[in-house]
Ligand binder design. Structure first.
Ligand code: ATP
Ligand code: MG
Length: 442
């Protein structure tokens, strides 16, 4: 059976859509939406790669909203319009520039078929480069559990506005992936995405990393350096581990966000910047505010829209698809393994994944390198086989397995927490949290 190619048709009145349907183009299935909002939602759920926009006047669609729709990097757009809109009463060049092609009305089956075919070929190529084409998730993320669907619905809204976003979630859960998706699917997609990990830069360097410096501003400043805020202008500045930003830098950042200007070190010139800030944190920032470690005014500035990425253990139903995806991505040419054994899948379902998707990736990667088995076993993944008594719940089994694993690892590492954390593929902070929760005595 030949696969249907899908097109999304944005048509306010539905008249052109009806004509299109009447043509009965073989191999194509079209879906109609009558508002830009509905088009954005439809694309984020079920990405089409060809979009058709019907115009019955130059002002059929508000320019800013249309820009946002046309900014989607993985869709090729075709405008359907009356001849007159290309000659007399014209569409603006900005709008025209964003279309792959135009089709003047009335619709012509042969001509349109050809236009659609070309656009489809280009979009398919582009999409294989973008690498996001999964029926098992959205926004380039894998997972269709209720928690992930809820996250996608929130992202649907977040990409249509330009407000700051604060992303919470445990380490390795996918916070950066979410930030990149918001950038990629928002009107700022054509602008830069600049990521900065506030916890990984020494406090003395953060100021110049953020705001840049002029040549000669201090010893060693032999070249002008553009800071991250300036570099992100027109796009998104992703501030990872924002909770680690030193207090004095929090004040400078707040000022820059409020005034929308920055001054490079060694300069007096105030430069206008236009950035959308997306911040991420694995700590409870509200708590950090009440402990006096984070400025309340900056917190409110960043916390306009809040998203929480679910931990992997809250969405175990996504594990098979995620594990398979990670397996395919990590499988090198020489790898023996062809997949997971059912015991491995059971062990993964029972594991609590304190290091989330990153831990899953580490374990699968390790297993692929080290294992000689055709189907990976729980031991290959460093997991304990689940034997579980009939009456114990999944949660109880998971806790028991978790405790067993941590205790064994601690023993092996002579209670050295850093070494144990490394062995388990989680951060020290995460391990301390787990030791605390499971009441393990060191
Ligand atoms: N839903 C998902 N689908 C596919 N891959 C995912 C998903 N979530 C996370 N990953 C992958 O897991 C890894 C960790 O994700 P990411 O770096 O976004 O997490 P993080 O929350 O920013 O982690 P940290 O707190 O440690 O900085 C990445 O390799 C990412 O591609
Ligand atoms: Mg991260």
């Amino acid at each position: 059976m030949k696969l249907q190619r899908r097109g999304l048709v944005l048509d306010g009145s539905g008249v052109i859509f009806a004509e299109l349907e009447a043509l009965g183009l073989a191999g194509w299935a079209f879906q109609m939406v009558s508002t830009i909002d509905a088009a954005l939602k439809a694309l984020s759920r079920d990405p089409a790669i060809i979009g058709l926009v019907a115009f019955d006047s130059p002002h059929a669609w508000p320019a800013a909203e249309l820009d946002q729709l046309l900014a989607r990097p993985d869709v090729e757009w075709i405008a359907l319009l009356e001849e007159g809109l290309l000659r007399g009463e014209r569409l603006s060049p900005e709008v025209l520039r964003n279309f792959h092609d135009f089709h003047s009305l009335p619709l012509d089956r042969a001509r349109l078929g050809c236009t659609l075919g070309h656009a489809h070929g280009k979009a398919a190529l582009l999409r294989s480069e973008v690498g996001q084409c999964s029926d098992l998730g959205a926004y380039g993320m894998t997972g269709s559990s209720p928690k992930m669907r809820q996250l996608y619905r929130q992202i649907d809204k977040v990409i249509t506005v330009d407000a700051p976003v604060l992303i919470g979630g445990e380490s390795g859960s996918g916070k950066e992936l979410v930030a990149r998706a918001i950038h990629r699917y928002s009107a700022r997609a054509h602008g830069p995405f600049i990521a900065m990990n506030c916890g990984a830069i020494s406090p003395g360097l953060i100021h110049s990393e953020l705001f840049g410096y002029e040549r000669g501003a201090f010893t060693g400043a032999s070249q002008r350096k553009v800071g991250n805020v300036e570099a992100a202008s027109g796009g998104v500045l992703f501030l990872d581990e924002i909770g680690d930003l030193p207090l004095e830098m929090q004040a400078s950042l707040l000022r820059a966000l409020q005034d929308r200007t920055i001054t490079r070190v060694g300069s007096t010139e105030r430069l206008h910047v236009d950035v959308r800030v997306i911040a991420a944190t694995h700590v409870d920032l509200a708590r950090a505010v009440s402990d006096g470690r984070f400025r309340e005014d900056l917190f409110y500035r960043l916390n306009v829209v809040r998203l929480k990425v679910p931990a992997l253990r809250e969405r175990v139903e996504d594990l098979p698809a995620l594990a398979q995806q990670v397996f395919e991505e990590c499988r090198g040419k020489g790898a023996q393994a062809r997949g997971f054994s059912s015991a491995a899948m059971n062990a993964m379902m029972a594991h609590s994944w304190p290091g989330n998707v990153r831990e899953l990736r580490n374990r699968v990667q390790h297993a692929l390198v080290m294992s000689d088995n055709r189907l990976l076993t729980p031991a290959d993944l460093g997991l304990v086989e689940v034997v579980g008594s009939v009456d114990s719940t999944l949660g109880e089994r998971r806790t028991a397995v978790e405790r067993e694993l941590i205790e064994a690892s601690l023993k092996k590492c002579r209670n050295n927490v850093s070494a144990t954390a490394r062995q388990l593929g989680v951060s020290r902070v995460t391990l301390y949290r787990m030791i605390d929760r499971l009441k393990i005595v060191l």
